[in-house]
Design a protein around this ligand. Structure first.
Ligand SMILES: [Zn+2]
Length: 189
C-alpha cells in the first residue's frame, strides 16, 4: 500500500472530543487505485486514546458499474481495503451474508476483516434476540463459527460487490485474486 501512497499531509489538528486530552491530527492521503483512479482518505487519529475515524472521498467519478470479486484465501487477503458506495451490494455467498445497497452506511470504508467484524456483530445481536429453544440458533451458531474462522484467516470465501452505479472499490493485497466484470450501461436500461 505504501508504494501507492502519494502524499501524507497533516491539514488540521484539534483537541480530542473523546479523551479531552490528546490531539487529533487530520491526515490527508491520496491513493492511486489499481485502475488508475485516485481516492482521498482523511484520517482522524488521537495521539492519546483510541479515537480514530476514516473518511474516503473518491476523486474521480469515471468508475464503471460492475461486479467486483475478491477471493480471500489467507490472512494477508483480509487486509485488502474496501469501499462500498451506498449503491453497492456486498455479499459473501459462502456464508449467505448480504449488505443491500442503501444510504445507511455511506462511507463504508474498512478492510475485509473489518467487514467480517461488522457481520459478526450484527449476527451476534440477531442471535441474542432469539428464544433459547429457537431451532434457528444452531444454524446461527454454525455461521458464527465460520465467521470467526474467516476472521482468523482459516475459512476461504469470496467477497463480491455488485455496484450498478460505480463507485465501490476493492484494493486487493494480491491482484491475482481480484476480478472486475463490467456491466454495460445498456444492460441496465
Ligand atoms: Zn483522545
Amino acid at each position: 500500500m505504501s508504494n501507492k501512497k502519494r502524499s501524507n499531509e497533516i491539514i488540521y489538528s484539534f483537541k480530542c472530543p473523546s479523551c479531552q486530552e490528546g490531539l487529533i491530527d487530520i491526515v490527508k492521503s491520496i491513493y492511486n487505485l489499481p485502475d488508475g483512479d485516485k481516492m482521498l482518505i482523511l484520517k482522524f487519529e488521537c495521539n492519546t486514546c483510541n479515537f480514530h475515524k476514516n473518511d474516503v472521498i473518491p476523486l474521480t467519478t469515471n468508475i464503471e458499474p460492475g461486479i467486483i470479486t475478491l477471493q480471500i484465501l489467507d490472512e494477508n487477503d483480509l487486509k485488502s481495503k474496501i469501499y462500498r458506495s451506498p449503491a453497492g451490494k456486498l455479499e459473501i455467498p459462502e456464508l449467505e451474508l448480504i449488505v443491500e445497497p442503501g444510504p445507511r452506511a455511506d462511507f463504508y470504508y474498512t478492510n475485509i476483516q473489518g467487514i467480517l467484524f461488522r457481520f459478526e456483530n450484527a449476527v451476534s445481536i440477531y442471535r441474542n434476540n432469539l428464544e433459547e429453544n429457537d431451532p434457528e440458533r444452531s444454524k446461527i451458531d454454525a455461521l458464527m463459527f465460520n465467521l470467526r474462522q474467516a476472521i482468523d484467516g482459516k475459512f476461504k470465501f469470496t467477497l463480491k460487490i455488485t455496484d450498478l452505479q460505480g463507485g465501490s472499490y476493492i484494493i486487493p493485497q494480491d491482484k491475482s485474486k481480484y476480478s472486475f466484470e463490467k456491466i454495460e450501461k445498456k444492460d441496465l436500461e
